[in-house]
Design a protein around this ligand. Structure first.
Ligand code: AMP
Ligand code: MG
Length: 444
Protein backbone atom coordinates (compact mmCIF):
# COMPACT_ATOMS: atom_id res chain seq x y z
CA UNK A 1 0.00 0.00 0.00
CA UNK A 2 1.27 3.44 -0.76
CA UNK A 3 0.81 5.48 2.38
CA UNK A 4 0.39 9.15 1.45
CA UNK A 5 1.34 10.38 4.89
CA UNK A 6 5.04 9.84 5.31
CA UNK A 7 5.86 9.73 1.60
CA UNK A 8 8.56 12.35 1.28
CA UNK A 9 8.40 15.05 -1.33
CA UNK A 10 11.45 13.60 -2.95
CA UNK A 11 12.16 13.11 -6.60
CA UNK A 12 10.90 9.88 -8.05
CA UNK A 13 11.16 8.30 -11.47
CA UNK A 14 7.83 9.05 -13.08
CA UNK A 15 8.44 8.30 -16.71
CA UNK A 16 7.15 11.09 -18.95
CA UNK A 17 7.11 14.43 -17.14
CA UNK A 18 3.86 15.07 -15.28
CA UNK A 19 4.46 18.71 -16.18
CA UNK A 20 3.99 17.87 -19.83
CA UNK A 21 1.18 19.84 -21.40
CA UNK A 22 -2.34 18.51 -21.40
CA UNK A 23 -4.32 16.73 -18.78
CA UNK A 24 -2.93 13.73 -16.95
CA UNK A 25 -4.25 11.26 -14.46
CA UNK A 26 -1.96 10.94 -11.47
CA UNK A 27 -2.03 9.30 -8.08
CA UNK A 28 -1.55 11.50 -5.02
CA UNK A 29 1.98 10.18 -4.57
CA UNK A 30 2.85 10.86 -8.21
CA UNK A 31 1.50 14.38 -7.95
CA UNK A 32 3.49 15.03 -4.76
CA UNK A 33 6.64 13.62 -6.31
CA UNK A 34 6.18 15.68 -9.49
CA UNK A 35 5.85 18.86 -7.47
CA UNK A 36 8.88 17.99 -5.36
CA UNK A 37 10.97 17.27 -8.44
CA UNK A 38 10.06 20.60 -10.03
CA UNK A 39 10.54 23.11 -7.23
CA UNK A 40 13.78 24.71 -6.05
CA UNK A 41 14.17 26.43 -2.70
CA UNK A 42 14.94 30.11 -2.33
CA UNK A 43 18.68 30.80 -2.34
CA UNK A 44 20.16 30.79 1.17
CA UNK A 45 21.43 34.29 0.43
CA UNK A 46 17.85 35.56 0.57
CA UNK A 47 18.12 35.92 4.29
CA UNK A 48 18.56 38.42 7.07
CA UNK A 49 19.30 38.59 10.77
CA UNK A 50 16.44 38.81 13.23
CA UNK A 51 16.46 39.09 17.03
CA UNK A 52 15.83 35.69 18.56
CA UNK A 53 12.67 36.88 20.28
CA UNK A 54 11.15 37.38 16.83
CA UNK A 55 12.46 34.24 15.17
CA UNK A 56 9.97 31.57 16.20
CA UNK A 57 8.54 29.76 13.18
CA UNK A 58 11.13 31.25 10.81
CA UNK A 59 13.42 29.10 8.66
CA UNK A 60 17.04 29.16 9.77
CA UNK A 61 19.24 30.27 6.83
CA UNK A 62 22.68 29.45 8.21
CA UNK A 63 23.96 26.96 10.76
CA UNK A 64 24.21 28.36 14.26
CA UNK A 65 27.72 27.46 15.33
CA UNK A 66 28.37 27.51 19.04
CA UNK A 67 30.90 30.20 19.95
CA UNK A 68 31.39 28.68 23.40
CA UNK A 69 31.46 25.42 25.27
CA UNK A 70 28.16 24.72 26.98
CA UNK A 71 28.44 24.46 29.88
CA UNK A 72 31.45 26.72 29.92
CA UNK A 73 32.89 25.03 33.04
CA UNK A 74 32.63 21.72 34.79
CA UNK A 75 29.81 22.30 37.25
CA UNK A 76 27.70 20.59 39.83
CA UNK A 77 24.56 18.76 38.75
CA UNK A 78 23.33 18.63 42.35
CA UNK A 79 22.92 20.52 45.54
CA UNK A 80 25.40 18.78 47.87
CA UNK A 81 29.07 18.51 48.75
CA UNK A 82 31.94 18.59 46.27
CA UNK A 83 35.10 16.60 47.00
CA UNK A 84 37.79 14.44 45.40
CA UNK A 85 36.29 11.05 44.56
CA UNK A 86 39.63 9.39 45.35
CA UNK A 87 38.81 9.97 49.03
CA UNK A 88 35.88 7.55 48.94
CA UNK A 89 36.21 4.57 51.27
CA UNK A 90 34.66 1.36 49.94
CA UNK A 91 33.10 -0.24 53.01
CA UNK A 92 32.94 2.47 55.65
CA UNK A 93 31.64 6.03 55.79
CA UNK A 94 33.91 8.62 54.17
CA UNK A 95 34.39 11.51 56.55
CA UNK A 96 35.13 14.95 55.09
CA UNK A 97 35.61 18.34 56.69
CA UNK A 98 33.47 21.09 55.14
CA UNK A 99 35.57 24.13 54.30
CA UNK A 100 33.06 26.64 52.94
CA UNK A 101 30.33 27.02 50.39
CA UNK A 102 30.32 27.67 46.66
CA UNK A 103 27.41 29.28 44.83
CA UNK A 104 26.42 29.25 41.15
CA UNK A 105 28.09 32.15 39.37
CA UNK A 106 30.72 32.66 42.09
CA UNK A 107 33.60 30.29 41.51
CA UNK A 108 35.67 29.20 44.50
CA UNK A 109 39.19 30.56 44.67
CA UNK A 110 41.85 28.04 45.59
CA UNK A 111 42.11 24.28 45.71
CA UNK A 112 40.19 21.97 48.01
CA UNK A 113 42.71 19.84 49.93
CA UNK A 114 42.30 16.08 50.23
CA UNK A 115 39.95 15.12 53.04
CA UNK A 116 37.95 18.32 52.70
CA UNK A 117 34.77 19.21 50.86
CA UNK A 118 32.72 22.27 49.95
CA UNK A 119 29.03 22.76 50.28
CA UNK A 120 28.04 23.30 46.59
CA UNK A 121 24.94 24.57 44.80
CA UNK A 122 23.56 23.21 41.54
CA UNK A 123 25.30 24.88 38.60
CA UNK A 124 28.26 26.12 40.66
CA UNK A 125 31.69 25.68 39.05
CA UNK A 126 33.44 22.55 40.34
CA UNK A 127 36.19 23.83 42.64
CA UNK A 128 39.73 22.80 41.89
CA UNK A 129 40.65 19.58 43.69
CA UNK A 130 37.12 18.17 43.42
CA UNK A 131 35.51 15.88 40.84
CA UNK A 132 32.50 14.43 42.64
CA UNK A 133 29.32 15.78 44.19
CA UNK A 134 27.35 13.85 46.77
CA UNK A 135 23.74 15.04 46.99
CA UNK A 136 22.76 16.71 50.22
CA UNK A 137 20.10 14.16 51.10
CA UNK A 138 22.61 11.28 51.04
CA UNK A 139 24.95 12.57 53.76
CA UNK A 140 24.88 13.20 57.51
CA UNK A 141 26.42 16.42 58.71
CA UNK A 142 27.70 16.99 62.23
CA UNK A 143 27.95 20.68 62.93
CA UNK A 144 27.26 23.60 60.60
CA UNK A 145 26.63 22.91 56.92
CA UNK A 146 29.71 24.87 55.82
CA UNK A 147 32.14 23.88 58.54
CA UNK A 148 30.90 20.60 59.98
CA UNK A 149 31.93 17.01 59.50
CA UNK A 150 30.28 15.36 56.49
CA UNK A 151 29.68 11.60 56.62
CA UNK A 152 29.19 9.93 53.24
CA UNK A 153 27.77 6.41 53.76
CA UNK A 154 29.56 3.68 51.79
CA UNK A 155 28.17 2.83 48.35
CA UNK A 156 25.93 5.88 47.87
CA UNK A 157 28.16 7.56 45.31
CA UNK A 158 30.96 6.78 42.86
CA UNK A 159 33.93 9.00 42.01
CA UNK A 160 33.08 11.51 39.26
CA UNK A 161 29.33 11.44 39.74
CA UNK A 162 27.13 14.54 39.49
CA UNK A 163 29.72 16.56 37.68
CA UNK A 164 28.54 18.15 34.44
CA UNK A 165 31.44 18.38 32.05
CA UNK A 166 32.44 21.52 30.21
CA UNK A 167 31.17 21.32 26.61
CA UNK A 168 28.97 18.34 27.48
CA UNK A 169 25.85 19.94 25.93
CA UNK A 170 27.69 21.60 23.06
CA UNK A 171 31.33 22.04 22.14
CA UNK A 172 32.62 25.36 20.78
CA UNK A 173 32.75 25.30 16.97
CA UNK A 174 30.08 22.63 16.61
CA UNK A 175 26.77 23.42 14.86
CA UNK A 176 24.06 23.85 17.45
CA UNK A 177 21.26 24.31 14.89
CA UNK A 178 21.37 23.37 11.24
CA UNK A 179 20.17 25.59 8.39
CA UNK A 180 16.74 24.67 7.10
CA UNK A 181 15.27 24.21 10.52
CA UNK A 182 11.90 25.78 11.27
CA UNK A 183 12.78 27.44 14.57
CA UNK A 184 10.93 26.19 17.62
CA UNK A 185 10.90 27.59 21.15
CA UNK A 186 13.66 25.29 22.43
CA UNK A 187 15.89 26.27 19.48
CA UNK A 188 15.66 29.92 20.44
CA UNK A 189 16.42 29.11 24.06
CA UNK A 190 19.42 27.17 22.82
CA UNK A 191 20.62 30.12 20.70
CA UNK A 192 20.25 32.39 23.74
CA UNK A 193 22.20 29.91 25.88
CA UNK A 194 25.12 30.45 23.48
CA UNK A 195 25.00 34.17 24.16
CA UNK A 196 23.53 34.97 20.74
CA UNK A 197 21.04 37.79 20.24
CA UNK A 198 20.24 37.23 16.54
CA UNK A 199 19.86 34.37 14.09
CA UNK A 200 19.95 34.44 10.29
CA UNK A 201 16.61 33.45 8.79
CA UNK A 202 15.25 33.09 5.26
CA UNK A 203 13.04 35.86 4.01
CA UNK A 204 9.44 34.69 4.12
CA UNK A 205 8.00 33.31 0.92
CA UNK A 206 5.53 35.72 -0.71
CA UNK A 207 2.35 33.93 -1.64
CA UNK A 208 -0.31 35.65 -3.75
CA UNK A 209 -3.79 34.36 -3.06
CA UNK A 210 -7.05 34.94 -4.88
CA UNK A 211 -10.44 33.31 -5.29
CA UNK A 212 -12.30 33.00 -8.56
CA UNK A 213 -15.97 32.79 -9.50
CA UNK A 214 -18.79 35.14 -10.45
CA UNK A 215 -20.89 33.67 -7.66
CA UNK A 216 -18.29 34.31 -4.95
CA UNK A 217 -18.88 37.39 -2.78
CA UNK A 218 -16.71 39.20 -0.24
CA UNK A 219 -17.87 38.63 3.36
CA UNK A 220 -19.45 41.78 4.75
CA UNK A 221 -21.25 42.51 1.47
CA UNK A 222 -24.90 41.75 0.78
CA UNK A 223 -25.35 38.26 -0.65
CA UNK A 224 -27.16 38.34 -4.01
CA UNK A 225 -29.45 35.50 -5.04
CA UNK A 226 -27.50 32.39 -5.98
CA UNK A 227 -24.20 33.60 -4.57
CA UNK A 228 -21.93 32.38 -1.78
CA UNK A 229 -19.40 34.09 0.43
CA UNK A 230 -15.72 33.53 -0.25
CA UNK A 231 -14.38 31.13 2.33
CA UNK A 232 -11.33 29.71 0.57
CA UNK A 233 -9.27 32.87 0.72
CA UNK A 234 -9.75 32.96 4.49
CA UNK A 235 -9.07 29.30 5.29
CA UNK A 236 -6.09 29.21 2.91
CA UNK A 237 -4.85 32.62 4.03
CA UNK A 238 -4.90 31.47 7.66
CA UNK A 239 -3.09 28.24 6.80
CA UNK A 240 -0.44 30.26 4.96
CA UNK A 241 -0.01 32.66 7.86
CA UNK A 242 0.49 29.74 10.24
CA UNK A 243 3.17 28.38 7.95
CA UNK A 244 5.03 31.66 8.21
CA UNK A 245 4.24 32.79 4.66
CA UNK A 246 3.73 36.41 3.67
CA UNK A 247 0.30 36.57 2.04
CA UNK A 248 -0.37 38.97 -0.82
CA UNK A 249 -4.17 39.11 -0.86
CA UNK A 250 -5.38 39.68 -4.40
CA UNK A 251 -9.04 39.39 -3.51
CA UNK A 252 -11.82 38.04 -5.66
CA UNK A 253 -11.58 37.62 -9.39
CA UNK A 254 -14.70 37.25 -11.51
CA UNK A 255 -14.98 34.63 -14.24
CA UNK A 256 -13.66 37.00 -16.84
CA UNK A 257 -10.78 36.56 -19.21
CA UNK A 258 -9.28 40.04 -18.86
CA UNK A 259 -9.67 40.13 -15.10
CA UNK A 260 -7.96 36.78 -14.71
CA UNK A 261 -5.10 37.72 -17.02
CA UNK A 262 -4.60 40.97 -15.11
CA UNK A 263 -4.50 39.33 -11.68
CA UNK A 264 -2.03 36.69 -12.86
CA UNK A 265 0.20 39.40 -14.25
CA UNK A 266 0.16 41.22 -10.93
CA UNK A 267 0.63 38.00 -8.94
CA UNK A 268 3.77 36.91 -10.76
CA UNK A 269 5.25 40.39 -10.33
CA UNK A 270 4.71 40.33 -6.60
CA UNK A 271 4.95 36.78 -5.41
CA UNK A 272 7.03 33.61 -5.37
CA UNK A 273 3.91 31.47 -5.34
CA UNK A 274 0.40 32.00 -6.67
CA UNK A 275 -2.47 30.11 -5.08
CA UNK A 276 -5.92 30.23 -6.62
CA UNK A 277 -9.11 28.38 -5.91
CA UNK A 278 -11.92 27.58 -8.29
CA UNK A 279 -12.12 27.61 -12.02
CA UNK A 280 -10.04 24.55 -12.85
CA UNK A 281 -12.82 21.95 -13.01
CA UNK A 282 -13.42 20.39 -16.40
CA UNK A 283 -16.77 22.18 -16.62
CA UNK A 284 -15.26 25.61 -16.06
CA UNK A 285 -14.88 28.11 -18.83
CA UNK A 286 -12.04 27.14 -21.12
CA UNK A 287 -10.29 30.47 -20.90
CA UNK A 288 -9.19 29.77 -17.31
CA UNK A 289 -7.05 26.98 -18.61
CA UNK A 290 -6.00 28.98 -21.68
CA UNK A 291 -4.82 31.87 -19.58
CA UNK A 292 -3.08 29.74 -16.97
CA UNK A 293 -1.48 27.62 -19.65
CA UNK A 294 -0.30 30.71 -21.54
CA UNK A 295 1.12 32.23 -18.36
CA UNK A 296 3.66 29.47 -17.95
CA UNK A 297 4.24 25.75 -17.99
CA UNK A 298 1.09 24.75 -16.22
CA UNK A 299 -0.05 21.15 -16.10
CA UNK A 300 -3.65 20.21 -15.37
CA UNK A 301 -3.96 17.07 -13.37
CA UNK A 302 -6.83 14.83 -12.56
CA UNK A 303 -5.52 13.45 -9.32
CA UNK A 304 -6.99 10.14 -8.22
CA UNK A 305 -8.23 11.42 -4.91
CA UNK A 306 -11.34 12.42 -3.06
CA UNK A 307 -12.04 15.19 -2.49
CA UNK A 308 -9.99 17.44 -4.74
CA UNK A 309 -9.62 16.02 -8.23
CA UNK A 310 -8.90 19.04 -10.44
CA UNK A 311 -5.58 20.60 -9.69
CA UNK A 312 -3.12 22.61 -11.71
CA UNK A 313 0.52 23.17 -10.98
CA UNK A 314 3.49 24.65 -12.72
CA UNK A 315 5.93 27.53 -13.09
CA UNK A 316 4.61 30.89 -14.28
CA UNK A 317 6.79 33.23 -16.28
CA UNK A 318 7.90 36.38 -14.50
CA UNK A 319 8.40 39.65 -16.33
CA UNK A 320 11.65 40.80 -14.72
CA UNK A 321 14.81 39.33 -13.37
CA UNK A 322 13.81 40.74 -9.98
CA UNK A 323 13.43 37.30 -8.48
CA UNK A 324 16.76 36.17 -9.86
CA UNK A 325 15.09 34.36 -12.72
CA UNK A 326 13.12 32.07 -10.43
CA UNK A 327 9.59 31.37 -11.63
CA UNK A 328 6.48 31.99 -9.61
CA UNK A 329 4.83 28.66 -8.81
CA UNK A 330 1.16 28.24 -9.48
CA UNK A 331 -1.02 25.98 -7.36
CA UNK A 332 -4.58 26.13 -8.70
CA UNK A 333 -6.85 24.42 -6.22
CA UNK A 334 -10.42 23.22 -6.64
CA UNK A 335 -13.15 25.64 -5.61
CA UNK A 336 -14.97 23.37 -3.21
CA UNK A 337 -13.96 24.56 0.24
CA UNK A 338 -13.08 21.14 1.64
CA UNK A 339 -11.27 20.13 -1.54
CA UNK A 340 -9.32 23.39 -1.49
CA UNK A 341 -8.03 22.73 2.02
CA UNK A 342 -7.38 19.03 1.48
CA UNK A 343 -5.36 19.69 -1.68
CA UNK A 344 -3.53 22.45 0.17
CA UNK A 345 -2.49 20.00 2.90
CA UNK A 346 -1.78 17.17 0.47
CA UNK A 347 0.28 19.10 -2.10
CA UNK A 348 0.96 22.68 -1.20
CA UNK A 349 1.95 22.82 2.46
CA UNK A 350 5.14 20.78 2.20
CA UNK A 351 6.07 22.34 -1.16
CA UNK A 352 5.86 25.81 0.36
CA UNK A 353 8.12 24.79 3.21
CA UNK A 354 10.66 23.44 0.74
CA UNK A 355 10.44 26.61 -1.40
CA UNK A 356 10.91 28.68 1.76
CA UNK A 357 14.19 26.87 2.40
CA UNK A 358 12.99 24.56 5.14
CA UNK A 359 14.11 20.99 5.46
CA UNK A 360 10.74 19.32 5.07
CA UNK A 361 10.08 16.87 7.84
CA UNK A 362 7.59 14.18 6.92
CA UNK A 363 4.20 14.78 8.39
CA UNK A 364 3.67 12.78 11.55
CA UNK A 365 1.12 10.10 10.81
CA UNK A 366 -0.84 8.68 13.69
CA UNK A 367 -2.44 5.28 13.40
CA UNK A 368 -5.81 5.02 15.07
CA UNK A 369 -8.45 2.30 15.15
CA UNK A 370 -11.52 3.05 13.11
CA UNK A 371 -14.70 2.82 15.20
CA UNK A 372 -16.64 1.69 12.14
CA UNK A 373 -16.16 -0.01 8.80
CA UNK A 374 -15.19 2.34 5.96
CA UNK A 375 -16.09 1.62 2.35
CA UNK A 376 -13.29 2.45 -0.01
CA UNK A 377 -12.31 1.31 -3.46
CA UNK A 378 -8.68 0.90 -4.48
CA UNK A 379 -7.35 3.23 -7.15
CA UNK A 380 -7.66 6.59 -5.43
CA UNK A 381 -6.62 8.24 -2.19
CA UNK A 382 -9.40 9.31 0.13
CA UNK A 383 -9.19 12.01 2.77
CA UNK A 384 -12.06 11.73 5.21
CA UNK A 385 -12.86 14.23 7.91
CA UNK A 386 -12.72 12.56 11.29
CA UNK A 387 -12.50 12.95 15.01
CA UNK A 388 -9.58 11.32 16.75
CA UNK A 389 -10.03 10.66 20.45
CA UNK A 390 -8.53 8.46 23.16
CA UNK A 391 -9.94 4.93 22.92
CA UNK A 392 -12.40 4.26 25.75
CA UNK A 393 -10.37 1.23 26.87
CA UNK A 394 -7.43 3.59 27.48
CA UNK A 395 -5.41 1.79 24.83
CA UNK A 396 -4.22 4.24 22.17
CA UNK A 397 -6.43 6.27 19.87
CA UNK A 398 -9.62 5.66 17.97
CA UNK A 399 -10.98 7.57 15.01
CA UNK A 400 -14.57 8.26 14.08
CA UNK A 401 -15.51 9.50 10.63
CA UNK A 402 -17.52 12.66 10.50
CA UNK A 403 -21.05 12.08 9.16
CA UNK A 404 -21.17 14.50 6.28
CA UNK A 405 -18.26 14.02 3.87
CA UNK A 406 -19.44 16.29 1.04
CA UNK A 407 -16.62 18.23 -0.56
CA UNK A 408 -18.49 21.47 0.01
CA UNK A 409 -19.32 20.91 3.65
CA UNK A 410 -16.79 23.13 5.36
CA UNK A 411 -18.39 22.42 8.70
CA UNK A 412 -17.07 18.85 8.44
CA UNK A 413 -13.56 20.29 8.23
CA UNK A 414 -14.15 22.70 11.07
CA UNK A 415 -15.61 20.15 13.46
CA UNK A 416 -13.13 17.44 12.59
CA UNK A 417 -9.69 17.37 14.20
CA UNK A 418 -8.05 15.05 11.70
CA UNK A 419 -8.12 13.52 8.25
CA UNK A 420 -8.21 9.76 7.78
CA UNK A 421 -6.01 9.14 4.77
CA UNK A 422 -6.77 5.94 2.91
CA UNK A 423 -4.00 5.30 0.39
CA UNK A 424 -4.28 4.59 -3.32
CA UNK A 425 -4.24 0.79 -3.08
CA UNK A 426 -6.28 0.57 0.10
CA UNK A 427 -9.63 -1.20 -0.07
CA UNK A 428 -12.42 -1.14 2.48
CA UNK A 429 -11.55 -1.00 6.15
CA UNK A 430 -13.14 -3.15 8.84
CA UNK A 431 -14.22 -1.72 12.18
CA UNK A 432 -11.28 -1.88 14.57
CA UNK A 433 -8.62 -1.72 11.83
CA UNK A 434 -5.87 0.86 12.30
CA UNK A 435 -5.90 3.62 9.69
CA UNK A 436 -3.40 6.44 9.01
CA UNK A 437 -4.48 9.82 10.33
CA UNK A 438 -3.20 13.37 9.78
CA UNK A 439 -3.88 15.49 12.84
CA UNK A 440 -4.84 19.07 12.02
CA UNK A 441 -2.66 20.21 14.93
CA UNK A 442 0.35 18.77 13.12
CA UNK A 443 -0.57 20.28 9.76
CA UNK A 444 -0.42 23.87 10.90
P1 AMP B 1 -15.19 25.59 -9.15
O1 AMP B 1 -13.98 24.76 -8.88
O2 AMP B 1 -14.88 26.98 -9.51
O3 AMP B 1 -16.04 24.91 -10.19
O4 AMP B 1 -16.03 25.62 -7.82
C1 AMP B 1 -16.55 24.45 -7.23
C2 AMP B 1 -17.52 24.80 -6.11
O5 AMP B 1 -16.83 25.50 -5.10
C3 AMP B 1 -18.67 25.70 -6.55
O6 AMP B 1 -19.82 25.29 -5.86
C4 AMP B 1 -18.22 27.06 -6.10
O7 AMP B 1 -19.30 27.90 -5.85
C5 AMP B 1 -17.46 26.76 -4.83
N1 AMP B 1 -16.44 27.76 -4.59
C6 AMP B 1 -15.54 28.20 -5.50
N2 AMP B 1 -14.73 29.14 -4.96
C7 AMP B 1 -15.13 29.29 -3.69
C8 AMP B 1 -14.69 30.12 -2.61
N3 AMP B 1 -13.67 30.97 -2.75
N4 AMP B 1 -15.34 30.03 -1.42
C9 AMP B 1 -16.36 29.16 -1.29
N5 AMP B 1 -16.80 28.35 -2.24
C10 AMP B 1 -16.22 28.40 -3.45
MG1 MG C 1 -15.81 28.64 -10.31
Amino acid sequence: MSDPGPSPLGPSPLGPSPLAAGERNLSVDEARAAIAAAIRPLARSESHEVPIDRAVGRVLAADVVSPIDVPAHDNSAMDGYAFAGSALVADAPTVLRAAGIVYAGRPHAGTVPAGQCLRIMTGAVMPEGTDTVVPLELVQVQGAAETGEVHVPPGVIRAGENRRRRGEDLAAGKPALVAGRVLRPADLGLAASLGLTHVRVMRPLRVALFSTGDEVVEPGQALPEGCIYDSNRFSLGAALARLGMEVVDLGLVPDDRAALAAVIERAVREADVVITSGGVSAGDADYTRDILAAAGDVAFWKVAMRPGRPFAFGPLKRPTAAAGGAPSWLFALPGNPVAALVTFYAFVREALLVLAGATAAPLPVLRARSTAAIRKRPGRTEFQRAIVEPAPDGNGWQVRLFGSQGAGVLRSMSEANALVVLGHEQGSVAAGDAVPVWLFDGLV
